[in-house]
Design a binder for this molecule. Structure first.
Ligand code: ROI
Length: 192
């Protein structure tokens, strides 16, 4: 066995969200950045979903996804890495509940429960955000939170933000799932 495989790694779930400056590209670029983090492996990531904004309605729809990362970073070290990626992608501290270029939320870190000024685990918003629960369920259908609640049960009770999965069409354009069945070659619903 190599020394490498003896290193202890934790499993972290990261929520990605964007509704400014070509959101799909923001999410794709953030997934690449997560894949390149030292001391970590991007194990999988969910479909991309479009969702209606939670908060003020005078802002564009969001693109959301969740990534699953194996990492040797502690929760705070990982938070620093996530904030560095947000900053690299031009995030400035926006108004609360307002539009944003890129949000990377540390949702879960093993079964850790913690509450500090900088970080609350599990993330405080998980239970009432279907745009977090649905992609989490896609990655790990049977998973539960540290308090024992099942993701699939939470999803049934949760407010709805009009989630729609995106698909990648034959011309390498992202489309809303409802557009995927269209057979003609027109270009409705291409998302950037
Ligand atoms: N709304 C949706 N649908 N998705 C988000 O990622 C999201 N992020 C936010 C606020 C502004 C609360 N609303 C959101 O930070």
């Amino acid at each position: 066995m190599t020394r490498h495989s003896l290193t202890r790694r934790s499993i972290a779930y990261i929520g990605l969200g964007s509704n400014l400056a070509q959101p799909v590209q923001q999410i794709e670029q953030a997934l690449l950045a997560l894949d390149q983090l030292p001391n970590s492996y991007l194990l999988s990531y969910s479909s991309l979903y479009q969702s209606a904004p939670m908060g003020p309605q005078d802002q564009p729809p969001f693109i959301n996804a969740v990534a699953k990362l194996a990492t040797g970073f502690t929760p705070i070290e990982l938070l620093d890495q996530l904030q560095a990626i947000e900053n690299q992608q031009g995030r400035v501290r926006e108004e609360r509940w307002g539009a944003r270029t890129l949000d990377l939320d540390l949702l879960l870190y093993d079964h850790t429960i913690m509450q500090t000024d900088r970080l609350t685990l599990p993330h405080y918003g998980i239970k009432d955000r279907d745009f977090v629960l649905k992609p989490l369920a896609e990655l790990s259908p049977g998973m539960s939170l540290p308090d024992g609640s099942l993701i699939k049960d939470l999803l049934e009770k949760c407010p709805q933000y009009d989630l729609m999965a995106l698909t990648y069409d034959k011309n390498h354009h992202w489309r809303l799932y409802k557009d995927a069945a269209e057979t003609d070659d027109s270009e409705p619903g291409v998302i950037e």
